[in-house]
Design a protein around this ligand. Structure first.
Ligand code: UDP
Length: 456
């Protein structure tokens, strides 16, 4: 592969936002490019480089000096705006330093691939006369919705119960990203999601962690607006196309997984009998919701493996763990890819974060979706109504999903109705694999990019 492109001297820098759900896809993309012969340096805080686990040897890591004081906080600041300012100062300094260092070593950087929520990285790239490409870690649909808002095809607060946008199904208010459906709650994050489009006319490429067939119509619409290239799903290769033999995991876990406990427990269960429950790395359920979820799992009378992060465990009902040891295992973090691909898993109860959604689709697991915020409601709409691989729980008048509703949804996906959803997930799994495999849409997009970048 390397010699095929003659690309060994072509150097690019990758700058993800330092969160689990952002680093994972950008590091995976970096691994693909490095295997094809690019020299890829990923810029990330020292504390994250320290928590990396082996095997991503094809990619070079450049640590940014952060406070790294074991507080778990990258930067401490009182407001989001102050955080953002300190973050930008620290990371832009790191990016400039790396570009200059590479120049002095004779590895001139050709392109900066930056997390799309860090649009100032483009200004730095341009100041140094090099190319720039934002990387979208959410779906093309989400990117299109915010772009439509940026272009004022609709305004906030939403006036109509449904929004009609080019190439997208009708979206109800509660299908919209929460920064749009509840603009008063997240003004700063809404601004971040819109700001990235200010300089999109200057970018060389826009990469997205999706694949063409998954979002066919909207991809075709976006292509008429920006130079979009879907390069996903960025699941480790050994779970899909198997062309990168060393690529078995994400190499990064910001939380410590209970690997042995989970896998041994799953090994003891029959095929398709376990409900896997996880709400990702950030979502925090209210105490009442946590209790309803716990009791819903108990009522379902099924086996369950539930990830409750350390910071959330105190919200579990008293004696819940003792009372459910026969049926359930509660852990603080798990190896999610290994879990989802285990034969014992029958369904995934998820917050519908984009990585978890793509992982379930790519590994053939139907879902019960319980979105919390950000893009998750929109992903849930697609899971249920477009890809038909799961059902979305209903929220009651108080904004809570009751134990009865949880029980009902789990039983539906684990029961007869779930069989069709399972068949649909297997269709998506096949299409995801085809997209990444030789000659597939994502593979072709990467090849076309490679052919151009080596000539810059
Ligand atoms: N994950 C994991 N173990 C867990 C829970 C989550 O490895 O116990 C991983 C999961 O595989 C996914 C990421 O964490 O890659 C979560 O990303 P997602 O976009 O789904 O949600 P976020 O954490 O950003 O809300």
């Amino acid at each position: 592969m390397e010699r095929e492109h003659g690309a060994t001297l072509t150097h690019i820098v990758v700058l993800p936002y330092p969160l689990q759900g952002h680093i994972n896809p950008m590091l995976q993309f970096s691994k693909r490019l490095a295997t094809k012969g690019l020299k890829v340096t990923l810029l990330t805080p020292k504390s994250i480089v320290k928590s990396m686990k082996g095997q991503a040897s094809s990619v070079t890591f450049e640590p940014i000096d952060d406070d790294d004081d074991d507080s778990g906080e990258l930067i401490t600041a009182e407001t989001m705006e102050a955080y953002d300012e300190r973050f930008k100062a620290m990371f832009s300094h790191g990016l400039e330093g790396l570009i200059e260092k590479n120049n002095s070593y004779g590895y001139a950087t050709k392109l900066v691939v930056y997390d799309c929520i860090l649009p100032w990285a483009l200004d730095i790239a341009k100041q140094h006369g090099i190319g720039a490409a934002p990387f979208i870690t959410q779906s093309c649909t989400i990117a299109a919705i915010f772009y439509n808002l940026y272009q004022e095809r609709f305004t906030l607060p939403l006036q109509e119960p449904e929004v009609s946008l080019p190439s997208l199904p009708l979206l109800r208010i509660d299908d919209m990203p929460s920064f749009i459906s509840q603009p008063g709650l997240y003004p700063f994050l809404l601004k971040v999601c819109l700001e990235m489009y200010h300089n999109f006319h200057e970018v060389n490429w826009v990469f997205c962690n999706s694949f063409d067939k998954l979002e066919e119509e909207v991809v075709s619409w976006i292509s008429s607006q920006w130079p979009i290239k879907n390069i996903g799903p960025t699941i480790p290769s050994m779970y899909l196309d198997k062309r990168l033999k060393d690529d078995k995991n994400y190499n990064l876990s910001l939380f410590k997984p209970n690997v042995d406990a989970c896998m041994k427990w799953l090994d003891s269960k029959d095929t398709g009998t376990v409900v896997y429950v996880s709400f990702g790395s950030m979502a925090a359920l209210g105490e009442e919701q946590m209790e309803e979820l716990a009791l819903g799992l108990k009522r379902s009378n099924r086996y369950f493996l539930w990830v409750v992060r350390e910071s959330e465990t105190e919200k579990l009902p008293t004696k819940f763990i003792e009372e459910t040891t026969e049926r359930g295992l509660v852990v603080t973090w798990c190896p999610q890819l290994e879990v989802l691909s285990h034969k014992a898993i029958g369904c995934f109860m998820t917050h519908c974060g984009w990585n978890s959604t793509l992982e379930a689709l790519s590994l053939g697991v139907p879902m019960v979706v319980m979105p919390q915020w950000s893009d998750q409601a929109t992903n849930s709409k697609f899971v249920m109504d477009v890809w038909k691989v799961g059902i979305r729980v209903k929220v009651d008048d108080k904004g809570v999903v009751t134990r009865e509703e949880i029980e009902l949804c789990i039983n539906e996906v684990m029961g007869e109705k779930g069989e069709e959803m399972k068949r649909n997930t297997l269709k998506w799994k096949k299409l995801a694999n085809e997209a990444l495999d030789e000659g597939g849409s994502s593979d072709k997009n990467i090849e076309e990019f490679m052919a151009k970048i080596v000539q810059i």
